[in-house]
Design a protein around this ligand. Structure first.
Ligand code: NAG
Ligand code: NAG
Ligand code: NAG
Ligand code: NAG
Ligand code: NAG
Length: 358
């Protein structure tokens, strides 16, 4: 999510009282995509796109910490909708209680780990997403900000925690942007990958993100693909090193408007999938979504349909967002909760949910 400064205000108080239409789910054959997921946001609230993340601004999507019932949401998404992946955004500052480096704070990390363990308990895969835009408090990691060693120490600590969980995916960084050098960034990503593998997490998926807010449309044309293709495992292979791309459907790819204007096929998915096939690599789309409006349902459902045709190189998609977002948030995928009866948002029920094949 690229533009909005997330805060407590995002929770809102009003709720969209009525859906224009709730389409009846229609179960078709299993999707060729390996993963379909939802972002469970909240631990990232308080982060700006310059990597200024305040610990006090974070808002755990856990009822025990006075947030939304993220555990109930994930259980619903798995059991009722067929989802099998959740992305769990959190800031570097939160995990270390604002200390640059790799030492996890037992209190704040413990709260985040509660969400991770609940995710794993659903049987789904779970992405650890460091939501820092390649930065710490305004400065780019490895390019004027924290050193690669400090960032690698964070990933070493996290990989040590989750080395035996095969369903944890390591999302190195959310939405790098305006990087002085993409090749220098690739060296930072390499330092993180090396740290994760050396900590004993030898086989899990690691997600590598490029410049321009991880735009799927410019991943190849702006040099991110070529730079990140050089990142390897300890043995020189690239097994399970997957490119992490984002794409919204509004006019400026910001995910802030409830009006969608494209299904992204021509500008993003064709050039990306062509490059992935030619280079024998995989990608995953960890942020996409749209308003609960007719234009967004139309284009989102077209995008999902097209993504299924490139499942040989695209592992799946993750919608933005549920967790601590109110049902009134423009891109909300948070189910409405009527005395415990959960009803999905229009985009989820129309085609994002695996069982709701449009
Ligand atoms: C961990 O963070 C909490 C704030 O949540 C703070 O009170 C505590 O001192 C920190 N612990 C250490 C060891 O720094
Ligand atoms: C970033 O991506 C957007 C759309 O995804 C595009 O309009 C813009 O030109 C891109 N910027 C750069 C620097 O590539
Ligand atoms: C990426 O886009 C920016 C802005 O247009 C440009 O300055 C830079 O040279 C591009 N990098 C590559 C590798 O294409
Ligand atoms: C996506 O949009 C393009 C036009 O840009 C259209 O040709 C194509 O049929 C659409 N894809 C799907 C799956 O509807
Ligand atoms: C739904 O509301 C009930 C109370 O009616 C609450 O116990 C439950 O945690 C809520 N579930 C979600 C997913 O919000």
């Amino acid at each position: 999510m690229m533009k909005a400064l997330l805060s407590f205000a995002a929770l809102g108080l009003s709720s969209m009282s009525a859906r224009a239409a709730v389409l009846a789910p229609r179960v078709t054959g299993p999707s060729p995509l390996k993963f379909a997921g939802v972002n469970i946001a909240g631990f990232d609230f308080g982060c700006g796109t310059d990597g200024t993340c305040t610990v006090s601004g974070a808002y755990p999507p856990l009822a025990q910490y006075y947030g939304a019932d993220g555990i109930g949401q994930m259980t619903h998404f798995v059991n009722d909708d067929g989802y099998n992946l959740f992305r769990l955004p959190v800031s570097w500052q939160y995990l270390t209680n604002n200390v640059v480096g790799g030492t996890l704070n037992s209190t704040t990390f413990g709260e985040y780990n509660t969400l991770v363990q609940a995710c794993l308990n659903t049987g789904a895969y779970c992405i650890i997403d460091i939501h820092n835009y390649a930065r710490w408090n305004g400065d780019v990691i490895g390019q004027g900000g924290p050193t690669n060693a400090q960032f690698a120490a964070l990933w070493s600590s996290l990989a040590t925690q989750y080395e035996s969980d095969s369903r944890v995916m390591f999302g190195i960084m959310n939405e790098p942007h305006d990087l002085p050098s993409i090749t220098t960034w690739a060296a930072t990503v390499q330092a993180a990958v090396t740290a994760i593998r050396q900590a004993g997490a030898t086989s899990q998926y690691i997600l590598l993100s490029g410049d321009n807010y991880s735009s799927a449309a410019t991943f190849v044309s702006n040099g991110s693909a070529a730079a990140l293709a050089t990142v390897t495992n300890l043995d020189g292979s690239t097994t399970n090193l997957v490119f992490d791309v984002h794409k919204y459907l509004d006019s400026d790819n910001s995910g802030t408007s409830d009006t969608c204007v494209t299904n992204n096929t021509v500008e993003a998915w064709i050039p990306l999938s062509t490059w992935l096939r030619a280079n024998d690599r995989l990608a995953i789309n960890t942020e996409t979504g749209g308003g609960n409006t007719q234009s967004c349902v139309t284009y989102l459902c077209e995008q999902v349909a097209y993504q299924k045709t490139i499942s040989d190189v695209l592992l799946g998609y993750v919608g933005w967002a549920a967790g601590n977002f109110a049902t009134s948030y423009v891109l909300s995928e948070t189910p409405t909760n009527n005395s415990g009866v959960l009803t999905d948002s229009l985009t989820v029920s129309s085609c994002l949910a695996p069982i709701a094949d449009a």
